[in-house]
Design a protein around this ligand. Structure first.
Ligand code: ZN
Length: 401
């Protein structure tokens, strides 16, 4: 059984949006009250009850609280219990030394609440829209961007800078997964071509859009800095900046999901350069013959934008491969762009420009990024023994052929 979270953008009516805010507010209050109880009153509780505060004990107190206050009773019980469960898990992680002490949830940052899968219903309305039935709220429309797989365990409603979203946590049977594929591929990450595969194909992030959003975000950050603290204008400016950043993040995420899906479905073994040490500077040089003005600044910006996406891409690729029974191999990035993929000769003069690789030894010519991707593939799949035995082809034998 594998678990996957599928997220969709909700389209609530104004009334539903108000209810969402109310649900989120009450759930946050329950969480913060329970946190306060555990943090400040655990000693008293133990003296009176003879045992530490537990999830069950807090659920009983929630029942009393619901009896007393109408506005708490008006919000679905399971949402509140889920908050107590989250808190319980957070404290378990804290006491196990895996996490820091839980913090209070904050308005505008932790606007979310969660239902059980069995409490809700989902329907597809047409090609682009679906709807989800939530307790006490009713049917809410959402953008149907992909099929829902498996059995829905939990449903989370949450708000970010781009609005309300619904996320279904689904349990998927492993029997539905395909067999691992025998083929292997190497991937080179660069600035001009986002991804170059050893099979000769490329995939590019929409850099123009991302640069535009980056420029807008910088401008909005300057505006924000000028706004008076605590003012309404400042609040609005912060929301606008957050929305721009969220938009850029969504574009990167979409690209990473789509590309990692295609690669994980086509290949059983994928080789990439080691994330921590990946050398991006070599690709930022611009063309050798035509360095041009602004090339460095532009490349630097591209690099900054792309670097934000690498880790996510590797994460997506890794879990998608795992689900398919494939593997992700990472190799140290030394000389992958300076090595000739045909004869193995290493020289920085082989790379004639940003795009062109031309071996000075064996005349092999190729796209520079594809050439690097082939080297990456080889480094990740070559058995260590063969590596030491095989002699590289000589210059004469290759050029004569
Ligand atoms: Zn060569």
């Amino acid at each position: 059984m594998i678990y996957r979270g599928l997220r969709y953008r909700l389209d609530p009516t104004a009334d539903q949006a108000r209810q969402f805010a109310r649900f989120a507010g009450v759930v946050r209050l329950v969480f913060n009250l329970a946190l306060e109880q555990r943090r400040d009153h655990w000693r008293t509780f133990r003296q009176v009850e003879g045992r530490p505060i537990s999830f069950a004990a807090q659920c009983r107190e929630l029942t009393l609280l619901r009896r007393e206050y109408d506005f708490i009773r008006e919000v679905t019980n399971t949402c509140q219990q889920q908050a107590l469960r989250d808190l319980d898990a957070a404290f378990a992680a804290f006491f196990a030394g895996r996490a820091r002490h839980p913090n209070p949830r904050r308005r505008g940052i932790n606007d979310s609440f969660r239902f059980h899968g069995r409490e809700i219903g989902v329907e597809r309305l047409n090609r682009n829209w679906g709807r989800v039935r939530l307790p006490k709220i009713g049917w809410v429309r959402f953008r149907w961007t992909r099929a829902i797989e498996g059995k829905i365990k939990n449903v989370t409603i949450s708000r970010d800078a781009l609005g309300w979203h619904v996320s279904f946590d689904c349990a998927i049977e492993e029997a539905a997964m395909s067999l691992p594929r025998p083929e292997a591929v190497g991937i080179d990450r660069g600035v001009t071509r986002t991804l170059a595969l050893s099979d000769g194909t490329f995939a590019d992030m929409p850099m123009e859009r991302l640069r535009l959003l980056d420029r807008r975000a910088r401008k909005q950050a300057r505006t924000l800095a000028r706004c008076k603290r605590g003012s309404n204008r400042r609040l609005k400016a912060r929301e606008r900046l957050a929305a721009t950043k969220a938009k850029a993040a969504r574009i990167r995420k979409y690209f990473n999901h789509v590309q990692s899906r295609q690669i994980a479905d086509a290949y059983g073994t994928v080789v990439v350069e080691d994330l921590a040490t990946a050398n991006m500077t070599r690709s930022a040089r611009g063309t050798a013959e035509q360095p041009g003005r602004n090339v460095r600044a532009k490349a630097g910006l591209n690099r900054a934008i792309l670097e934000q996406g690498w880790r996510q891409f590797a994460t997506f690729l890794s879990y998608k491969l795992e689900a398919n029974g494939g593997t992700l191999v990472s190799i140290p990035p030394a000389y992958t762009s300076q090595t000739c993929s045909a004869c193995g000769s290493i020289s920085k003069h082989h790379r004639k420009s940003q795009a062109v690789f031309s071996c000075a030894d064996c005349c092999h010519a190729a796209n520079a990024d594809t050439n690097a991707a082939i080297n990456i593939l080889r480094a990740g799949t070559r058995p260590a023994v063969r590596e030491s035995v095989a002699a590289p082809l000589t210059r004469e034998s290759r050029c004569a052929a």
